[in-house]
Design a protein around this ligand. Sequence first.
Ligand SMILES: [Cu+2]
Length: 384
Amino acid sequence: MFNIRSTFISSFTIFLGLILSQSAFAEWNALNMTEGVTDISREVFGLHMFIFWIVVAIGVLVFGVMFYSMYAHTKKKNPEPASFHENTKLEILWTVIPFVILISMAVPATNTLQKMYADEEGDINIQVVGYQWKWEYKYLEDGVNFFSNLTTDQDEIYNQTPKGEHYLLEVDEPVVIPTGKRIRFLITANDVIHSWWVPDFAIKQDAIPGFINTAWTIVDEPGIYRGQCTELCGKNHGFMPVVVRAVTPEDYDLWVAEKKQAAFELAQLTEKDWTMEELVAKGEGVYQMNCVACHQVNGAGIPGIFPALAGSDIVLNNKPRNVEILMEGVQGAAMQSFANQLSEVDMAAVITYTRRAWGNDAKGDGEIVVPKEIVEYKENKIKI
Ligand SMILES: [Cu+2]
């Protein structure tokens, strides 16, 4: 039979055992907020601990008085209870003391908040745009621009292989920032509300379509810092991590130069004569990174939500519409425009891949799309 007393005693013993065991102490720390790596994040952590200890003291005091009274003034020991009302001194005291405690917490908290929200021009200004379900970064001064996609293998996600060390916290292109410089993030979104969160920097800022929220940081130590989208934004909300790589200013300049060179080389690649095999091989990777979340690895989609690409009439027989859908997206549907997300080469490759994979090559016209056609599509659109 259920017995409150023995249940209470056994759970209390388990609890005691937990806090007293050595390993629990190490895990205790993992329960706490992280201290982070910036001045602001350390300040936030300090505040958190300061307020935590105030709360502990209040808890001990209040519960102490309560348990003491329950013990010392039982009906048996004290059959005639004391009766006191309207003790003015006591009432003033229990108004003033909480007031003083609140003020002593509010003043330092406001100070820190003011620093966090001090919105100044940064040495480097980066626009951060949330998409379902990835982040785009635009370096306003350096002209570098890219999307950052999850790279965790689908097999890890579906428990086919063991999970890696940075499971769901790894991307193809981290945001790179120089150490020791003030970085200002201008955060917004393209579709729904997301939130850009990097605990190590104590930054957690909503990304709202049509608004720009700002946040800033100065990171002292080179390193890789990881975060996540922290506003429920749809099916793959848990699959759009944030990865920041802080490097020395010299390495940052090198990185910017490399990015510019790579963009130049990519433009050159559109001129090359691509074979179908090359495009299919490249397209498979692009598909894994950008399309599987909705259309699935086997191209079967999710009935009623995301259409199948295997056997799709557009993919089989309607090349112009197939290109258009990828370039323009579908208004009001989750199918977004990939025109700015994929290079001309990747765009041609992924379309070619979907037209050849899953038996589509046998069922449809099997035509391929080469990068030049995407360039032409863009040029014609500009002329109109
Ligand atoms: Cu999101």
